[in-house]
Ligand binder design. Structure first.
Ligand SMILES: Nc1ncnc2c1ncn2[C@@H]1O[C@H](COP(=O)(O)OP(=O)(O)OP(=O)(O)O)[C@@H](O)[C@H]1O
Ligand SMILES: [Mg+2]
Length: 581
């Protein structure tokens, strides 16, 4: 996640260069050099982030870079504070018609420290050469695309618990929209690995669908929504030929000829494109089939669905725990074998971790297939998903795509959410304020920081990375949200040691000097700052959550030790009786 903090630092730095440089004259050269070094490093970070999963030396390099980036960010913060203090002084001086007197010592000091930081980052930038990192990551994209490519055949020997979903979609297509003159576009939306493609395959191969549509076409789309390529794929999937020499116009005419007057079903699987214009370009070529022609679009992104859909979105729900169990069992033990008695209860606990995501059930089932020792089972049951071995096609790498697809300025905001415990209620306003306190977001032109935060929050919501919080009776609440457990695992895997949730009495091993955001849960009936807190001296966010009312040592005041945390930007005691600190 180094690229995320680097982006935050670069934004802060560039806004300082633009707006406030005149106040402390002389450091601008250093700042500009710093900005250029950071940009050089940034160019190779996407590649580095991918490769680090298998390269320890690269992991260390990224860790060093992250620490350095945080250090620079702290420096900038000091600089900004001093700059605005001087600006205030200046106003006062001006009022008394005296001259502007900058703080010379501070000026000298900060100049040197920025120079040191820049030299340190230059060293880190030099080191990158030995990792042979690429600036363009097109090759990797091609690999990922090849790995994810889908066809219309159901790959799974048995599909569990999607009969009802299939019925609803088939009914819609063969009955409800059969007489519609306009093309119907039906988006299926859900988080990664939930089974959207599998469901679309079930629909595609249903006998009623086969009878109803003259043409059935399956096209795998993925990130590159290239209209030319899509048209070529549609033509060739329906048995037509295409010449490489054809221009767009010829392709369009060929496609129209093929579809003209025919009732067809087109499945566009795995769509990420949010560009309305590209979509319109494709759509206008598709509107030539006969009544009832339909397009099913599968996507992780609700925003895509809202752009393309003409029918209400089909939001795929989690698989039930029973169905998850059947899938897991089939993978781990085979169809005809029952789990041994000593394993059964552990296996059921493991399935609970899957939280209704078939990809997780399937992957964990496959992982356990070769394990017969009870201890191995217990180990997986007690492990966090992000600590388990990660194959290319397994859960986190699949979910990671949603992170890789996030605009870089959203990444830090997303990863930060790992600071909330799993299943926690996330209040929108609170989260935005925590982002602001940490400097992840700031005002943009005429937009106040809160409004920017609101946009970012909505963007995460539209991408299914944050979802509605459903109470016990299933109803949702305004302004209260949560993260799906597996998305939380994703955020945690990205944040690494940077975010940590821990019991104060039994601090996690993950608490370290690298930890910047911590939630401490307290369960004792008296409160003193837990000793473990001193391990996180660079902490920026401290959320202290007693699990039942606490008695503060000092009649409702926050203990004075808290002032030792110089880098602290957000402190939250969740105790209504706390009156001041
Ligand atoms: N109901 C199910 N029963 C059995 N296996 C399933 C079921 N749904 C999905 N799977 C399996 O889980 C894996 C993930 O499913 P699928 O690829 O359909 O998810 P997706 O929602 O399309 O994911 P992505 O967002 O990455 O495209 C696949 O290997 C699929 O075979
Ligand atoms: Mg899919």
């Amino acid at each position: 996640m180094a690229e995320a903090i680097l982006q935050v630092v670069l934004d802060n730095l560039n806004s300082l260069i633009k707006n406030e440089l005149g106040l402390l004259h002389g450091v601008e050269k250093e700042m500009e050099k710093l900005s250029s070094t950071l940009s050089t490093i940034q160019a190779v970070l996407e590649d580095a982030e991918e490769k680090q999963l298998k390269d320890k030396a690269l992991q260390n390099w990224l860790r060093k870079l992250k620490d350095a980036a945080y250090e620079v960010d702290d420096l900038l913060d000091e600089y900004k504070t001093e700059a605005s203090r001087l600006a205030d002084d200046n106003k006062v001086h001006a009022a008394y018609l005296t001259c502007f007197r900058p703080n010379v010592l501070f000026h000298h000091n900060i100049g040197n420290r920025i120079k040191d930081a820049r030299e340190m980052l230059d060293g880190i930038a030099e080191e990158r050469i030995k990792f042979h990192l690429r600036e363009a990551v097109a090759d990797r994209r091609v690999e990922v695309r090849a790995r994810r490519e889908t066809g219309s055949v159901v790959a799974q020997p048995e599909v569990y618990g999607r009969e009802e979903d299939k019925e609803k979609i088939v009914e819609r297509l063969v009955k409800d929209v059969a007489g519609s003159d306009d093309i119907s576009i039906y988006p299926i939306v859900g988080m990664g690995g939930l089974g959207k493609t599998t469901l679309a395959q079930l629909v595609f191969n249903d006998d009623r669908i086969k009878r109803h549509f003259e043409f059935r076409i399956w096209v795998f789309v993925f990130e590159d929504f290239n209209v030319r390529r899509l048209m070529t794929d549609i033509i060739t999937s329906s048995g037509g030929n295409v010449s490489e020499a054809w221009n767009l116009d010829l392709l369009q005419r060929r496609l129209k000829d093929m579809l003209d007057g025919k009732r067809y079903l087109l499945v566009l699987d795995d769509v990420w494109n949010e560009d309305q214009e590209k979509w319109d370009q494709l759509k206008c070529t598709l509107t030539c089939g006969s009544k009832g022609s339909s397009v099913v679009v599968t996507t992780r992104l609700a925003k895509v669905a809202s752009i393309v859909g003409t029918l209400p979105v089909y939001r795929l729900s989690d698989l039930s725990e029973d169905d998850c169990w059947l899938l897991f069992k089939q993978r781990a033990f085979g169809n005809d074998t029952e789990p041994p008695m000593n394993i059964l209860a552990i296996a059921k606990e493991i399935v609970k971790k899957c939280k209704g995501v078939p990809l997780a059930a399937k992957t964990l089932g496959s992982l356990m297939h070769f394990k017969s020792n009870e201890n191995e089972w217990l180990h997986v049951k007690d492990s966090e998903l992000w600590n388990l071995p990660q194959e290319e096609n397994s859960i986190l790498p699949a979910l990671r795509l949603s992170y890789a697809n996030l605009p870089v300025e959203l990444r830090q905001c997303f990863a930060f959410c790992a600071v909330f415990p799993k299943n926690a209620e996330i209040k929108k306003e609170r989260l935005i304020h925590l982002w602001m306190a940490n400097g992840f977001i700031s005002s943009k032109g005429s937009l106040e920081a809160e409004a920017v935060g609101n946009e970012i929050f909505n963007e995460l919501y539209w991408r299914s990375l944050i979802q509605d919080f459903a109470g016990d009776n299933g109803s949702t609440y305004n302004q209260i949200y949560k993260m799906h457990d597996l998305v939380h695992d994703l955020a945690q895997s990205i944040a690494g040691d940077e975010c940590c949730i821990t019991k104060a009495e039994r601090p996690s091993d993950h608490l370290s000097r690298q930890t910047r955001h911590v939630t401490f849960t307290l369960s004792k009936d008296s409160f003193t700052i837990p000793h473990a807190l001193y391990r996180v001296e660079f902490s920026r966010t401290l959320l202290i959550q007693p699990t039942y009312p606490i008695i503060l040592t000092n009649s409702g005041e926050c203990p004075s030790d808290i002032s030792k945390f110089h880098r602290l930007r957000a402190l939250e005691f969740i105790d209504p009786r706390l009156t001041k600190f």
